[in-house]
Write a protein that binds this ligand. Structure first.
Ligand SMILES: Cc1ncc(COP(=O)(O)O)c(C=O)c1O
Length: 361
């Protein structure tokens, strides 16, 4: 079976440095909010190109706490895309705010910025653009709308660490950027983790409290916070992996190029000229997607669908049940993700292409 991801192979390749990082933390006797987290936050901020970074427990919390840091909660509306991983919505709902979705651009699958203003009303407080599959949204267009209506922009960079928009990294353009280190992500921990990037010093200071029960000074609680901390072990692993990330992104890009040049059926997600994607996922579109998925599985290639159900059709999403989102609906019926990760062997990459090209749909 050609796996969609291979975490054991990844660990074996980087066993030495990861084991040393583990020993460093285990022997230090300090496991939560210490030197590793502080160093990782500085290193990640430098990589993203922001003044500050705050480690948190997950990508979901990174979005939730970003919104809370700007005072967003009950009675507020937050605009995002109808095609994303559900945690984008979970995070908005956790603040008490109401998520409002817009349709996607049919070629890139990204939130269609020209749909945003139709949804803005007096309750709208923020936009959460999702850099889906590792490609940046059109941030200039989104920031212009946000400026005009005084909205906060929380970039959901869970799938897009390292991706650029006009030479700047995702997460450095909005008010905050939120990152996930869930193991499947391009920078994956050996467990859960997340981070928030920002240039806003006041928000940075607030986030330090919000992630730690709202505590300002030990035993003094200033904000209504939660427990959402990145632990020292994960920070130590992530520090090591961050030094390798650029090489991994390049490898993902090469694999994507090979797929684009050699796959002869279906169509690809359009690459936007304004930036460089990091190919968290490689997604093809096909009119006979379900048959192609069966064909891949029958021939030993693991493939997945990101995402089969638009947000507006999810039971846990209570709004916009009557609204039609033509582009998202077609997209959800046609997309298929095939294996892409830095350690994917050349021979497996070639087999994936051969199997897809042998589909007689
Ligand atoms: C687009 C998007 N947003 C948010 C998240 C949430 O991240 P986490 O699983 O770390 O909470 C994910 C990942 O699952 C994601 O893909």
């Amino acid at each position: 079976m050609i796996l969609f991801n291979n975490f054991k192979a990844h660990y074996q390749q980087y066993k030495d440095i990861l084991d040393k990082a583990y020993a460093r933390v285990a022997e230090s006797g300090w496991y939560v909010l210490g030197k590793e987290v502080e160093s990782f936050e500085k290193e990640l901020a430098a990589y993203i190109g922001t003044k500050y970074c705050v480690g948190v427990a997950s990508g979901t919390d990174a979005i939730q706490l970003s919104l809370k840091a700007y005072g967003i909660g009950c009675g507020d509306e937050v605009i995002t895309t109808n095609m994303t991983a559900f945690p984008t919505i979970t995070a908005i709902m956790q603040t008490g705010a109401t998520p409002v979705v817009v349709d996607i651009d049919p070629l890139s699958g990204l939130l269609d910025a020209s749909e945003i203003e139709k949804k803005i009303n007096a309750n709208t407080k923020a936009i959460v653009p999702v850099h889906l599959y590792g490609q940046s949204c059109d941030l200039e267009a989104i920031m212009a709308i946000a400026d005009k209506h005084q909205l906060v922009v929380v970039e959901d960079c869970a799938q897009a660490i390292g991706a650029t928009y006009k030479g700047k990294r995702c997460g450095s353009i909005g008010h905050t950027g939120s990152f996930s280190f869930y193991p499947t992500k391009n920078l994956g921990a050996l467990g859960d983790g997340g981070a928030i990037s920002t240039n806003d010093e006041a928000v940075y200071n607030k986030l330090l409290m919000l992630r730690n029960y709202g505590q300002s000074v030990r035993y003094y609680h200033t904000e209504e916070g939660i427990n959402s901390r990145l632990d020292e072990l994960q920070a130590a692993f992530l520090r090591e992996k961050l030094t390798l990330l650029e090489g991994w992104s390049e490898r993902r890009y090469e694999i994507a190029k090979y797929y684009r040049e050699n796959i002869k059926t279906g169509t690809f997600i359009e690459e936007r000229a304004y930036g460089k994607p990091v190919y968290h996922l490689f997604v093809i579109r096909h009119e006979q997607r379900n048959a192609l998925l069966d064909h891949l599985n029958a021939n030993g290639v693991q493939a997945l669908i990101h995402y089969p159900v638009p947000i507006a059709h999810q039971d846990a999403f209570k709004g916009q049940k009557e609204e039609a989102f033509a582009h998202t609906e077609l997209f959800a019926n046609q997309v298929l993700s095939i294996p892409i990760y830095p350690e994917l062997p050349q021979a497996e990459m070639e087999t994936v292409v051969t199997v897809i090209n042998s589909f007689n749909g």
